[in-house]
Design a protein around this ligand. Structure first.
Ligand code: SF4
Length: 94
């Protein structure tokens, strides 16, 4: 899986999608100090407009992947892809 740089820009409410916590978070001092500071995915402050997070992404997205709608990004990340290996496992053990 390719490592993708996700450039998560804060929306009007100051929210971004956090992969580590798998939810929308307010990108404030608490989030940055408690989570981003120690997160292995952290890759920068997106020019002061959000947060950059690098992680392996199964989806067919560009690199970098610029996120302007964290709500949509959250939804897209809840759809788990089912690949052929998973299906053949079901056939063998099902
Ligand atoms: S750097 Fe880590 S903790 Fe911070 S928003 Fe990205 S995934 Fe979440």
């Amino acid at each position: 899986m390719p490592e993708i740089n996700h450039i998560n820009l804060k929306n009007a409410e100051g929210l971004v999608y956090c992969c580590l916590r798998n939810k929308l978070v307010k990108l404030d001092e608490e989030q940055e100090q408690t989570f981003c500071k120690m997160c292995k995915m952290y890759a920068g402050p997106a020019g002061g407009r959000g947060v950059e997070c690098v992680w392996e992404d199964m989806r067919d997205v560009g690199n970098p992947h610029v996120v302007t709608d964290p709500h949509e990004e959250f939804k897209m990340n809840q759809m788990r892809q089912v690949g052929p290996n998973f299906l053949s496992t079901l056939i063998v053990f099902g």
